[in-house]
Design a protein around this ligand. Structure first.
Ligand code: NAD
Length: 498
């Protein structure tokens, strides 16, 4: 059995906990490797390495740090096929989605290549008589990131790309479900010229996460995962005096107005609801057609669209989506479908019995769709995180704005309409962090920022873009006045106490 080890101080570290997690191949259901789960000892090793590395890394000028990012981007691109296959084999998403996962992460690396410009600081000449004021952004020290299984390349790069570019060192605690790509990314960072210890990867579960939250030398923690854990990480991390940003779960709505281009909306919502087996925090698992006519037409067209969907193994280029990440998760999704039936929603497509010939033990589940879902139902309130589309009918625009606004999650939302005024009003009023107008998955580009509202994010800075730079740096402001009449000598000598 292959062992996946930690990556500490530029080297593979087996660890001493003797605790392991199973890494499955979701296509076959087989265990393909075991991953070492850290004890506090491994975290201490990683922090000591990161501390040493950071003191020197912070002194490297920003152009040189940016050059490492350039080289890293080139290396990841050169290894794209290998990385995508590795990612798909542990996660289950199709190769095209794995490449998208890597590519979206690389876009943050591209942003990080411009870090010298971003770190320039501000300057006011003559803020008082002979007084100039300037500010600079300095790194925090050792930072850590805790990431979910569903984007094992993009989300680590959101975090370490910016954190390292601004002069921090970084400890990544990736998901134990698909840990290989994060290790490979750290190896490529070293190959690109990052000194050892600048990026460490420590695998683990709650023990590793708690070690991060309690370690006095870790100054900031970025988390992405489910909301209860996000809240836990936020409250414990901030109580320990750390900076914390913690992104949580989601239940994104797609509003379909009567004037929408219905054929396009159906295609878009199908891709956003079922793509990557619904395991995206920016998936659109809830559709809200406005008016009975829109609902009937949408239902009919979506049923036809679902018929065309192909579920296959992750290397099948003709498949729209592959298996979900684990058998436990497949069962959880199935249980939610059963609950939906019991709660009184109408199950119009049932994907529970889906089985792929030759891959009967894989974690596959077919697409499902409910109509007449009501806001009070638990299946509407909870995040299912699977290929399940729920239709909630709204009578009018006001109801359509209220549904996502009143939901506990507020990550993303989309409106499909030809009416600019309706779209503008919707975007302005809806209580959600990221809004798409005829764009089903409104993930902002790397130089903007990513983050939801309500239980979708705890803390006050978003991921990447300038918000990321703010999160990973502290501002120092200098107010300076130079006395007149300095002697020739004293201009060149640093004054001492004598
Ligand atoms: P998860 O919360 O189970 O795991 C996330 C991380 O927390 C992992 O590294 C895991 O090892 C760790 N963890 C798990 N249980 C823990 C515990 N009890 N104590 C401490 N740490 C623990 O999430 P997941 O299943 O890996 O990912 C899916 C979730 O992530 C979904 O809810 C999805 O919406 C969310 N997500 C959110 C965003 C966003 O930006 N808002 C992006 C991607 C995924």
């Amino acid at each position: 059995m292959r062992d996946i080890t930690h990556f500490i101080d530029g080297a593979s570290v087996a660890g001493t906990s003797h605790q392991f997690g199973q890494v499955f191949n979701p296509n076959t259901g087989e265990v393909q490797a075991r991953v070492a789960l850290a004890s506090v000892g491994e975290m201490d090793l990683a922090v000591a390495s990161a501390l040493r590395a950071q003191q020197l890394w912070a002194l490297v000028n920003p152009q040189r740090r940016a050059r490492v990012m350039f080289d890293f981007k080139r290396l990841v691109e050169a290894n794209m096929d290998e990385l995508a296959e590795m990612l798909s084999s542990e996660h289950g998403k199709v190769i095209a989605d794995s490449k998208g996962d890597i590519q979206r992460g690389l876009e943050v690396i591209e942003f990080a290549c411009g870090i010298p410009h971003v770190l320039k600081g501000e300057y006011t000449e003559g803020a008082g008589p002979g007084i100039d004021v300037y500010s600079m952004r300095q790194p925090l020290g050792v930072c850590a990131g805790i990431t979910p299984f569903n984007f094992p390349a993009m989300i680590p790069m959101w975090m370490f790309g910016i954190s390292i570019a601004v002069g921090n060192s970084f400890i990544l605690k990736p998901s134990e479900k698909d840990p290989s790509v994060p290790v490979r990314l750290a190896e490529l960072m070293m190959e690109a010229g990052a000194p050892k210890g600048v990026l460490n990867v420590v695998h683990g579960d709650k023990v590793a996460v708690d070690a991060i939250l309690q370690h006095p030398d870790i100054k900031a923690v970025s988390f992405v995962g489910s909301s209860d854990i996000a809240q836990y990480v936020y409250s414990h991390g901030t109580a320990a005096g750390k900076r914390v940003q913690a992104m949580g779960g989601a239940k994104n709505h797609g509003i379909v107005m009567p004037d929408a281009d219905l054929d396009q909306a159906v295609k878009d919502i199908s891709g956003a609801a079922f793509g990557s087996a619904g395991e995206r925090c920016m998936a659109l698992p809830v559709v809200v057609p406005v008016g009975a006519k829109t609902a009937e037409a949408f239902r009919e067209k979506m049923l036809a669209e679902i018929e065309t969907l192909k579920v296959g193994i992750s290397t099948d280029a003709s498949a729209q989506y592959g298996p979900v990440v684990s058998e436990v998760h497949r069962r959880r999704i199935s249980d939610y479908i059963q609950l939906g039936v019991e709660e009184g929603a109408e199950l119009i497509v049932d994907g529970r019995d889906f089985s792929l010939q030759g891959y009967e033990n894989g974690f596959f589940i077919g697409p499902s769709m409910f109509d007449h879902v009501k806001p009070g139902m638990r299946t509407y309130q909870d995040e299912i995180f699977g290929p399940v589309l729920q239709m909630v009918r709204a009578e009018n625009f006001e109801e359509a704005v209220a549904l996502p606004s009143n939901h506990q999650y507020g990550n993303g939302v989309a409106i499909f309409t030809r009416n600019g005024r309706a779209a503008r009003e919707f975007a302005s009023r809806v209580q959600v962090g990221m809004v798409g107008i005829n764009v089903p998955i409104p993930v902002p580009v790397a130089y903007h920022t990513f983050g939801g509202w309500k239980r979708s994010a705890f803390g006050d800075t978003n991921q990447h873009g300038m918000e990321g730079v703010k999160f990973y740096t502290k501002v120092k402001t200098i107010t300076a006045r130079w006395p007149e009449g300095m002697s020739e000598d004293s201009a060149f000598v640093i004054p001492t106490m004598q």
